[in-house]
Design a protein around this ligand. Structure first.
Ligand code: GDP
Ligand code: GDP
Length: 435
């Protein structure tokens, strides 16, 4: 289960700076989805193999009115959704009335928050922190976000330890192939989920979810076990009094993390849009295998179909290893055959390859196409073994591996993908130096 960390605090205390340090690699998935405000920013990070989701809530002043009030409401909603709440204050500015108001809000919300004193660089940290002890938080962290100081040790304490993780790996309690159905609002996720679960031969074992989480629906189809991760929450709409959030980035990110295979649904009537590419980026970052479902294919005229296919081919050129299906969730066409891709993706994501096979493959690849010379010495790649699954990880041992160019790494990935017949899933390579 991927923990969700919310950052709250006044403007200028360093929330964005901390957010960027924690998420680093890729641009944040900005919440510019219809129905969500722009004030919340979502990103993913990882610490020692533990992935987490960060929400930057936009500034709170503690004394909101008008538009600010709406923003504050959104921030408090993010706080509600979070597992860990970090309340940032500015160690240079000292305690302000705004801090006190926000601390008061937090106390009344009943959500346990951790106090984070930022900008402790160039100061005596104990003195910087002393001002804030009167706020009465149980735990305090001292950091300097812009200097990347104190952040790792904070995460070390806040995130579950490796042992805890092994014990409570919630996703593993669900049987069979876990399929996450994700996509923008209104692309047809609910319709697809209903279609997949409504087929004649499907036996659904209903399981209750919690408010925030996606619904995990175990089922059997043609004698095989699956668990559908339903981000749209259709399976719970039985209870009319319940407010079902139609789209949630947190649910989407968690569904991706928990899945073996992600079906990303695209609306053919709208074509491929930037938000689709954003979501694809998240699936790839998480290392999950991917099936693309271009939905609402029914009743489209031939020119429009040709145009959408051309666009998908062009913009998803980098995903040539993932299957694309043109389906109608409404009528059910194309949905059954999608299972063949799901199976192939799962087999690829979970494949186990013996060391001698990977090593032979590496040596063949090197013989076909030598790595370059660096400072008069040729980069040597000696042997390979598997380092993990979902996504499959290939660990390559050699020397001067740090100098291996990106183009060569891509050559290796393509070669391994072809020979090992890997569909839909990325292959991660790790390079280790040493004789
Ligand atoms: P936000 O409004 O809470 O998101 O704050 P920002 O992240 O935009 O930071 C506000 C200002 O504080 C920027 O000028 C940052 O460079 C600066 N800042 C952030 N973290 C630190 C820090 O650890 N030390 C110092 N000296 N400045 C920082
Ligand atoms: P979600 O927000 O992604 O869960 O989308 P929904 O499943 O609620 O679908 C949004 C709208 O698209 C609804 O009006 C659906 O009836 C319609 N829709 C979904 N799938 C299809 C399809 O395959 N063809 C057509 N024509 N409409 C569809």
């Amino acid at each position: 289960m991927t923990p969700v960390i919310a950052l709250v605090g006044r403007p200028n205390v360093g929330k964005s700076t901390l957010f960027n340090q924690m998420t680093r690699s890729r641009d944040a998935l900005v919440a510019d989805f219809p129905g969500l405000t722009r004030d919340r920013k979502y990103g993913e990070g990882s610490y020692e193999g533990q992935r987490f989701i960060v929400i930057d809530t936009g500034g709170l002043t503690g004394d909101e009115q008008g538009l600010d009030l709406e923003m504050a409401r959104q921030s408090m909603q993010a706080v509600e959704e979070a597992d860990i709440v970090l309340f940032l204050v500015d160690g240079r500015a000292g305690l302000t009335a705004g801090d006190e108001l926000i601390a008061d809000h937090m106390r009344r919300s009943g959500k346990q928050a951790h106090l984070v004193v930022n900008k402790t660089d160039g100061q005596n940290p104990d003195i910087a922190a002393a001002d804030f002890y009167s706020l009465g938080f149980a735990s305090t962290f001292l950091i300097a976000a812009s200097h990347n100081r104190g952040i790792r040790s904070m995460l070390e304490i806040l995130l579950p330890s490796e042992e805890d993780r092994a014990e409570e790996d919630r996703a593993d309690r669900y049987p069979g192939i876990r399929i996450g159905v994700v996509g923008r609002p209104n692309v047809g996720k609910s319709t697809l989920v209903n279609r997949m679960l409504g087929e004649d031969r499907v036996v659904v074992f209903d399981m209750p979810g919690t408010t925030r989480d996606s619904v995990y629906v175990p089922y059997e189809r043609q004698g095989k076990q699956y668990t559908l991760i339903d981000t749209a929450g259709v399976r719970r709409r039985k209870n009319v009094s319940e407010v079902v959030e139609k789209f949630s980035i947190i649910k989407t990110l968690q569904a991706i993390d928990d899945a073996h295979v992600v079906i990303l649904v695209i609306d053919a009537r709208q074509g491929l849009v930037d938000q689709d590419l954003h979501l694809i980026g998240f699936v790839l970052d998480a290392g999950r295998s991917l099936v693309i479902a271009v939905n609402k294919w029914d009743g489209m005229d031939p020119e429009d179909r040709a145009r959408v296919k051309e666009q998908v081919k062009r913009r998803l050129d980098f995903l040539d290893y993932a299957d694309k299906h043109y389906i109608s969730a409404l009528h059910g066409s194309g949905v059954g055959v999608m299972y063949e891709s799901v199976e192939a993706c799962y087999d690829s994501a979970m494949a186990k390859w013996p060391t001698n096979r990977l090593t032979a493959l590496l040596q063949d690849a090197v013989a076909q196409h030598q790595p370059p010379m660096v400072q008069g010495r040729r980069i040597k790649l000696r042997y390979a073994h598997q380092g993990g699954s979902n996504p499959p990880v290939v660990v390559v041992h050699g020397n001067q591996v740090d100098a291996l160019p990106g183009a060569y790494k891509r050559y290796l990935e393509n070669t391994f993908r072809k020979v090992l017949n890997v569909t839909g899933s990325p292959i991660r390579f790790q390079f280790r130096a040493g004789e």
